[in-house]
Design a protein around this ligand. Structure first.
Ligand SMILES: NC(=O)c1ccc[n+]([C@@H]2O[C@H](COP(=O)([O-])OP(=O)(O)OC[C@H]3O[C@@H](n4cnc5c(N)ncnc54)[C@H](OP(=O)(O)O)[C@@H]3O)[C@@H](O)[C@H]2O)c1
Length: 229
């Protein structure tokens, strides 16, 4: 998976990892076409305006079916706030914003974009984060980001169970890209400890190419390692 040649859709193609995926897919001879969408693209998708998701899916239905859909949209911090270091930093505005952008937006994207996937053979990969693993949470902190990615993971797992019945030839996974040098990781020494986005995206595409039906509903890293939920 995906088949050869394949058609791809990149959601969040303006981002650091999203634009790296786009560049790699544009240069992949097996990729017959790749469409990239983001907040300011011709077909806009903005998780601050949830109605844009269904509209984008409607417009894209003329370009369907897609064999590969990758969603890279996500936030960790904003100009107003940084990830919480302790419980006393927790606030409703930050928690609800991260839930909206990292969990509700991707879940509604799953709902409305599921019909754009090729029922014969397709893969949908959604970028999550290892810190969204409840089992792996050793350090604490980052309450809203962790909770939003854990919620995203549950929404992906639940959808994958339904897809096994309704779309048995579709693979759906949550992916951890590793620490990548990007806008998102910049305040956390991303430039020093993060890998180049092209390396991470290339590794993730290799993992995606090796997925099979049994991998659907798993949480998997850029190196193919399965993470605990
Ligand atoms: N970088 C890392 O080390 C790391 C580690 C673990 C997981 N991740 C995950 O990987 C994904 C990509 O991260 P990145 O490092 O590439 O970050 P990035 O460069 O900040 O890209 C984030 C993407 O999300 C989009 N976005 C933000 N708010 C949005 C909204 N309201 N509506 C629609 N799109 C919105 C951005 O669009 P604009 O260009 O319009 O702002 C951009 O395309 C995220 O889901 C992140 O949680 C990253």
């Amino acid at each position: 998976m995906p088949p050869n040649p394949f058609r791809a859709l990149l959601i969040g193609s303006s981002g650091t990892i999203g634009s790296a995926f786009l560049a790699l897919l544009q240069n992949d001879p097996n990729c017959a076409s790749v469409t990239g969408i983001h907040r300011h693209s011709e077909i806009p998708i903005d998780y601050e305006d949830l109605s844009s998701i269904e509209l984008a899916a409607q417009v894209l239905s003329t370009h369907a079916p897609f064999h590969l859909i990758i969603n890279t949209i996500g936030i960790l911090h904003s100009e107003e706030w940084m990830p919480e270091k302790r419980l006393q930093d927790l606030n409703a505005e930050q928690l609800s914003k991260l839930m909206q952008i990292n969990a509700i937006g991707p879940a509604l994207t799953l709902k409305y974009f599921a019909g754009l996937l090729d029922p014969e053979s397709s893969t949908m990969a959604i970028l999550s984060a290892k810190v969204g693993s409840i089992t792996d949470n050793r350090l604490g902190g980052w309450y809203s980001y962790r909770a939003s990615k854990a919620a995203l993971n549950m929404l992906i797992k639940t959808t994958a169970i339904e897809f096994a019945r309704t779309k048995p030839n579709t693979v759906l996974v949550a992916m951890h890209p590793g620490t990548v040098n990007s806008h998102l990781s910049k305040p956390f020494r991303g430039e020093q400890i993060g890998r180049p986005a092209l390396d991470a995206a290339g590794d993730m595409l290799s993992v995606i190419n090796s997925l099979n039906k049994e991998d659907s509903g798993t949480f998997i890293t850029y190196s193919g390692e399965r993470l605990p939920w």
